[in-house]
Design a protein around this ligand. Sequence first.
Ligand code: CP
Length: 307
Amino acid sequence: LQHFLTIKNLQNEQVNSLIERAEYFKAGGKVLNYEQPVYAVNMFFENSTRTHCSFEMAERKLGIETIPFDPAASSVKKGETLYDTLLALNSIGVELAVIRHPHNEYYRKLVNLSAAQKLNIGIINAGDGSGQHPSQSLLDMMTIHEQFGGFKRLKVAIIGDLTNSRVARSNMRLLKQLGAEVYFSGPEYWYSQEFAEYGTYGKVDDLLDQMDVVMLLRVQHERHQQETAFSTERYHQQYGLTLERYERLKKQAIIMHPGPINRGVELASELVEASQSRFTTQMQNGVFMRMAMIEAVVEGRNLGGKR
Ligand code: CP
């Protein structure tokens, strides 16, 4: 791959081979050093703990040199565009950029270049607005694959703040494409036509006891315009995974959450590390999946010479 921007163009074979590679890394598979150094930068224009640190860990495990970049201390603050910032980094030798940005499809201007533009840098999308979150989606697929060995006919509920969720938008596509049955729940006004193409809406209490995977989404307060009436307690009681609802899950079902978690809102605090929760497994798998994704772009761009 030249870039890793979205899961939209991935074939099932590519998803399965990324999962296989990530599982190889997780099992302690050998990582061969690159012959020549590969230089990367992680540019996070939105807050992040998991994705940022996990990409950095993945880069270190692959032997990639990471150049520090702090948006708040950069010339972006003087008005420099994202394109010009990358042009500067590329000119000094950076070959890969992992970017999280609040604008949907920020990457279009960086990859659809005119003949006169000289930017030559691999972009890995670490989340664009409410658009896509490819690395989260693929680590989620890895976590499901690890648990069930495949996707066909698995019943997966995606519950919560659908409107703002790049995780929901990425996962619903990949899950459907891989043969899972997708269901949605949470406040019904967050379920729109866009989601209906991928799965049906059901009330939390009608769905839960039939699901193999329950994916809970964070209520993204920072992206809601007016929320004077939002009550965390009411949300938890109406739509959240409470201790009572947890007891009704199938014994082999798993619960997932991309993080960060609003404890006591979408998920009872006591359930974060419950036996059927895969929250920490998801974060652990994220490092290995991101290694596989970075490797795919390094190889696609013939960086680093032979290994
Ligand atoms: N899941 C996720 O993207 O978490 P961060 O915002 O902490 O990176």
